[in-house]
Design a protein around this ligand. Sequence first.
Ligand code: SF4
Length: 498
Amino acid sequence: MKLNIEGQVNVYYVQTLCMIFYPGEKFSEDSEITPNTPVLDLKVQESEDGYTVDAALTQGDKAASTQKIYHWRDDVDKDRLLKLALGDAILTICGEVCGYRPSWGMLTGVRPSKVATDLLKKGISKTRVKKILSSDYFVIPKKAALATDVALNEARLIASPQKKDCSVYIAIPFCPTRCAYCSFVSYTSKRLLSLIPEYLAKLCDEVKDVFACIDRLGLNVKTVYIGGGTPTILEPDQLRMLLSVIAESTDVANLEEYTLESGRPDTITAEKFAVAKQYGVTRVSVNPQILCDEVLQGIGRAHNSEQFYQAFELARQAEFKVINTDLIAGLPGDKFSTFAASFDRILALHPENITVHTFCVKKSAEILQKDSKIYDIRGGDTGKCVDYSQIKSMHEGYKPYYMYRQKNTVGNFENVGLATEGNEGLYNIYMMEEVHSIFAAGAGAVSKAVDYRPADGSKPFIKRFFNDKYPYEYLRNENGKQKLEEIERFYLERSLLD
Ligand code: SF4
């Protein structure tokens, strides 16, 4: 895509808006211009009254142009006003040329409920927030309602963040086989899986160090999340080794939530769940993705629907407080009828938590090598699937409490966590809303030190610390202790221990 911009504008923001309509587009000055290359001319002028944006787009034989005038407003600062004017102009012309109206309007960020959260914090009513999302940000009404509901539920769940609260994340980046759409760092080959014992030994040492650091700082651990990969790839004895280290390091009975992401039904056994239950795990996820064996096969998931039912039953028998099930809308080869039938069958099992993701293909996924046009902005049946999951689950007493978006999702739709009252996935919210520090252990894990309410009244301050990404590097290097020292320094420097 070619951009010709006149005036003081954040070019990256303009590119992000364009990518709502042209996902994956390159904006390099040197890229070759073909007759079908979209060309955007943008002129921004600031005057005593406000901003005037003139925009024109041509692509092949299609063309559109508009002028938007935004006057200064008391309720919106200068930067925000320019963003609104640019969003309005670009959505108008791109929408006309592409014949497409994005559900989320000009909201391009990871957390579409953030604008609603900010408005609610200013004391604006729920009804008015929905109206502002529709009128200023061009979010369609049902998504404006969803964003507002999520913002209200999140606000209830994180009502009073404490500076001494924290959570712990532990990474097991190994899986029995690789799904074709996977873009995570997860080792799956026989040779790499043979690293598990060595990895586990090192991980257990790091977990001990992490909890010792938390103790020195006098912090309260609210949640522990063991994620993957697929943590239940560990054999029962290996799982016991890890969980016993955690149980010796913190009072697991006092945690608000203790999650073992089990994910792949083909790794779950009664013995593994018995170990998890014995060591205090309260939440597991058992993920069917879709209850259709043909679609599962097509995406290279090495399990079938029957294995999901068996694994779910094992989770019920183990009496975990919360079972989460993940589903994906918009999988290749799936259609509305299959998704709706899968969703109904999941609802009939009454999991406390259901997370509905929209299919997302990152560049590194194997499936993209075979079909580079796997997603498009309209998303086929996917919007219907996403709507169905939200409407149907809300009728059954679930509430949306957590939402995020990713790049390159089919139809640009969202991922939503739905839960029955009191069964929300708290770690997910704490991590997404960055209300307290996350101490992360293992390969690829990212720790976040959070000063949520700086003493000088400024915005929350967050510093990230990255572990080595790949298990091989993680085993070779020693950066865990240094990371913890830096986090301790963060707490001291920002006087968070008083
Ligand atoms: S189970 Fe998850 S992490 Fe593992 S290969 Fe499949 S998508 Fe990737």
